[in-house]
Design a binder for this molecule. Structure first.
Ligand code: FMN
Length: 205
């Protein structure tokens, strides 16, 4: 049995490729013979707040010195980090928006990337504190990023790889790209992404 934390960040409720693949993962994992437990967060439709001075001041304050107001300001951050720590496996649906990730997902990242909680500075530099737990990151993209020129303007996958590694997750990426490039481009890529998602769901223990 795995505790699975699922994050969706597409603004689209209907016709979203990343949501479709996330749903397929959940359905297949539910029927793979193990009793998994799912916590599902819709970051686009139940957004977490962007950082403001109250939160930033509070997360830079030692726990014992926090005022009641500061405890309130960091309560959601603590809850989100708690969900990450409790999970055995994380699934993230992440479209590319304007060469990067949706602001809704960035807001979650800003709430959970906290020194002393999810990363620290050790002898070798930044050390993630989430123990290398696996994260399946499902990327959806309208364009194709399969040439050096296109890859150079991809601020979605490299960014997510960096920040997830910083907090101590071990991301595996599945990419469904080319949804705006016509059926010939997209159909085989979507099929490959669906197969990779199905394989990940089948192997979840
Ligand atoms: C606001 C917005 C910005 C987008 N920016 C890009 C982009 O920079 N590059 C790209 O390849 N596709 C871009 N797209 C297309 C989406 O990445 C594509 O439609 C993808 O399938 C969206 O994920 P979803 O289907 O899960 O909603 C953009 C779409 C939207 C709505």
């Amino acid at each position: 049995m795995a505790k699975v934390l699922v994050l969706n960040s597409s603004a689209k409720l209907k016709g979203s490729i990343s949501r479709q693949l996330v749903d397929e993962f959940i359905e297949l994992a539910k029927s793979n013979g193990h009793q998994h437990e799912f916590t599902i967060r819709d970051l686009a439709h139940d957004p977490v707040p962007v950082l403001h001075s109250g939160i930033v001041d509070a997360i830079r304050t030692k726990p014992d010195d926090l005022t009641p107001e500061q405890r309130t300001a960091t309560a959601l951050s603590e809850q989100l980090i708690g969900e990450l720590k409790a999970a055995d496996f994380i699934v993230i649906g992440a479209p590319i928006y304007n060469w990067s990730i949706p602001a809704a997902l960035k807001a979650w990242i800003d709430q959970v990337t906290r020194i002393g909680q999810t990363f620290r500075y050790g002898g070798t530099g930044v050390e993630g504190m989430l123990g290398g737990k696996p994260a399946l990151v499902i990327l959806s993209r309208g364009g194709l990023y399969d040439s050096p020129e296109r890859a150079a303007v991809d601020y979605q996958k490299p960014y997510l790889a960096t920040v997830l590694n910083v907090i101590g997750l071990k991301p595996t990426f599945v990419t469904a790209e080319g949804s705006l490039m016509g059926e010939d481009a997209f159909t085989p890529r979507l099929a490959a992404a669906r197969a990779a998602v199905a394989e990940a769901a089948a192997s979840l223990k």
